[in-house]
Design a protein around this ligand. Structure first.
Ligand code: HEC
Ligand code: HEC
Ligand code: HEC
Ligand code: HEC
Ligand code: HEC
Ligand code: HEC
Ligand code: HEC
Ligand code: HEC
Length: 413
């Protein structure tokens, strides 16, 4: 009797589950047919991971759809623990926090932050704390909080898609991080694209972004130098370079004009924005070098990576010179800004004067391209879009500074 009851109970339970799933699918075949089609292509479909698993079963009619839940990375983490913990240890999970730490973030139009456009639509790959999520939802933000759908998009959630370099393209392109443009025009990318078109055999060696940055499918994405390629001056660095970097750190507001750490240093540490120790840097470098040696000699690859380091050093020297020119304008009062002694690179395009906007472009567009191009084997980005532009920026900044001083003198006459 008892046994029969249990069987009956589970039959009822299973039936009610199926009917919920069936309801979602049946109605959505009419409402959003392509969502259903996409899901049917996914491994989830084959493994009974249905609409309600990710969206809950509260919403059941044509009108109560605001009751449908929208997933976060934690929803995926329930079943994909390994990828989720790797992801959390890497840089992608920090994308939202670093965005919010920018000093002028509140000055950007809100659709570019909270909406899925502009800064927010790339940085939404980062996770949000419960508090942050509550704040965003209160402000009416409903979508774009799943993080894990950045490379395997909904609702196919396909590994095959995520393994193509195109999966990184939407975000890793353009102004300050044109990795897509650099990669696709490098020999690495050209070969891979020719494999995709079938011109080269499928087993021709050609590295993808994922081969170099997600070795063995590891979701912990992080590089030796990081985005801004700054680290605290380390004992092994040459003294001139260490000096130049102190100047850059002052213009980033991480060090004060006297060279002492500011409160921003804590933010930089928390967001993993800069490598703080030699060991931390070396660990990532060794990992990268081991990838290159799948196809190149260690000797060749080591030398190529060191060229990247050297270009950071050369670029820092031009950058520090330019920062000092602008700092000079603050010092002699040509630029008046109460209590400020240094130009601030993190104000981005909201920098107060033309000469400082030039400085921002030199830093975020041209300095980045100089070393990123070298690391990604892109001759044109390293030279013409990077280094050559920096040299011209410095000349222009010097001339602008002289012009500003002259104008001040004329004003006083
Ligand atoms: C009777 C029809 C019907 C059923 C049953 C149904 N839905 Fe919907 N669903 C809709 C409609 C209509 C919308 C709104 C579509 C629009 O905005 O164009 C919607 C929207 C959604 C959304 C998007 C919400 C948003 O804010 O954009 C999700 C997610 C969703 N449904 C999931 C489910 C799940 C899970 C189930 C089963 C538990 C389900 N639906 C059952 C009709 C249905
Ligand atoms: C593995 C988890 C998962 C499953 C299973 C799943 N979804 Fe979704 N769904 C998502 C994610 C992630 C989003 C994007 C949420 C966001 O933008 O915040 C989403 C968004 C949606 C949206 C709104 C966004 C849009 O593009 O219109 C609808 C509608 C929707 N899902 C319907 C469905 C239906 C119907 C099913 C079943 C056939 C289903 N989902 C199954 C994860 C899932
Ligand atoms: C209820 C458990 C469950 C949830 C929740 C879930 N998945 Fe899955 N997922 C699975 C299962 C089961 C498979 C199939 C595993 C296999 O075939 O080895 C799978 C497979 C995958 C795959 C591999 C697809 C392929 O082409 O091989 C990806 C990627 C994936 N899920 C991403 C996600 C994402 C992103 C989310 C959150 C939006 C999510 N999953 C939520 C259970 C789940
Ligand atoms: C939705 C946008 C988005 C997609 C898609 C994306 N990324 Fe990112 N990626 C970011 C953002 C934003 C950051 C910076 C995170 C932060 O604030 O620290 C980042 C950081 C990185 C970094 C770390 C650089 C460092 O500072 O060390 C690497 C490497 C990287 N991504 C590689 C990839 C690869 C490879 C892919 C494709 C498989 C990819 N990304 C797909 C947005 C994206
Ligand atoms: C097209 C996508 C995209 C847009 C738009 C975008 N970012 Fe980013 N952002 C990225 C990627 C990708 C990275 C990492 C690139 C790298 O490491 O080379 C990044 C890196 C950063 C970093 C450094 C994070 C770190 O830990 O090193 C900050 C800060 C940042 N972005 C702020 C912003 C702000 C502020 C805006 C808007 C004014 C913005 N981003 C717009 C994609 C974007
Ligand atoms: C930067 C792009 C990117 C993001 C973001 C990302 N993935 Fe992946 N994912 C990949 C790539 C690439 C693979 C294929 C790895 C391989 O096997 O080489 C993959 C594979 C997977 C697989 C299949 C693993 C297997 O062995 O079959 C699952 C499951 C998965 N991801 C879940 C997630 C979850 C959960 C998240 C969020 C915590 C996430 N992914 C975020 C790029 C990404
Ligand atoms: C042949 C290997 C290789 C390939 C392919 C590759 N990268 Fe890189 N990537 C590197 C190296 C090397 C660095 C510098 C690492 C360091 O800091 O020492 C780097 C750095 C980065 C960074 C940090 C900022 C920078 O550019 O220096 C990001 C983000 C990034 N790569 C994304 C991508 C994306 C996206 C793709 C594909 C479009 C890609 N990479 C293709 C090797 C590669
Ligand atoms: C999966 C194989 C593979 C991996 C991994 C790989 N490369 Fe390559 N690399 C190639 C091939 C193939 C070429 C094109 C050779 C040619 O032009 O004859 C190439 C070309 C280059 C070039 C252009 C100069 C030349 O010799 O043509 C540089 C520089 C380079 N690789 C550096 C690196 C570095 C640094 C790494 C690691 C971060 C790396 N590669 C990882 C296969 C690879």
């Amino acid at each position: 009797m008892r046994k029969l009851f249990i069987v009956a109970f589970f039959t009822f339970f299973a039936f009610s589950q199926i009917s919920t799933a069936q309801n979602c699918v049946d109605c959505h075949k009419k409402v959003t047919p392509n969502v259903v089609k996409d899901w049917q292509h996914s491994k989830h479909f084959k493994n009974d991971v249905d609409c309600a698993t990710c969206h809950g079963d509260e919403h059941t009619t044509m009108t109560d759809y605001m009751k449908a839940e929208l997933p976060t990375y934690e929803t995926c983490g329930n079943c994909h623990e390994k990828q989720t913990s790797e992801f959390l240890a890497g840089k992608h999970s920090k994308g939202w926090g670093t965005l919010m730490a920018m000093p002028t973030i509140h000055m950007q139009p809100s659709p570019l932050i909270e909406g899925e456009k502009g800064c927010g639509s790339c940085h939404k790959i980062g996770i949000k704390s419960d508090k942050e999520l509550a704040r965003l939802r209160k402000e009416g933000s409903r979508y774009g909080h799943a993080s894990c759908d950045a490379c395997h998009t909904r609702h196919t959630f396909s590994v095959k898609e995520a393994k193509q370099p195109q999966a990184c393209m939407t975000c890793h392109m353009g102004f300050d991080h044109p990795q897509w443009e650099m990669y696709t025009s490098s020999k690495h990318g050209v070969r891979f694209l020719l494999k995709q078109t079938g011109a080269l055999p499928a087993d021709t060696p050609a590295p993808t972004c994922q081969d170099c940055h997600m070795q063995n499918g590891n979701h912990n994405v992080r590089t030796a130098w990081g985005f801004l390629a700054v680290r605290l001056p380390l004992p092994k660095d040459n003294p001139q370079w260490a000096n130049d970097r102190v100047t850059i750190l002052k213009a980033l507001g991480v060090l004060d004009p006297q060279g002492k750490p500011t409160p921003l240093l804590a933010v930089v540490k928390a967001a993993d924005l800069a490598r703080l120790t030699q060991e931390d840097w070396q660990k990532e470098r060794d990992k990268m070098l081991n990838t290159c040696t799948q196809c190149h000699s260690r000797n060749f690859a080591k030398g190529e990576l060191e060229k990247g380091d050297q270009m950071i050093q050369k670029a820092d020297s031009l950058m520090a010179a330019a920062i000092n020119v602008v700092a000079g304008l603050y010092k002699d009062g040509t630029i008046k800004n109460k209590g400020v002694e240094y130009p601030q690179l993190l104000t981005f395009h909201d920098a107060p004067t033309v000469v400082e906007q030039k400085l921002f472009v030199m830093f975020l567009e041209h300095r980045m391209r100089t070393f990123q191009g070298t690391f990604h084997a892109s001759p044109d980005y390293a030279l013409w879009y990077g280094w050559s532009e920096m040299v011209r920026d410095l000349t222009e900044i010097k001339e602008l500074a002289e012009q500003m001083r002259l104008n001040k003198k004329i004003e006083k006459m």
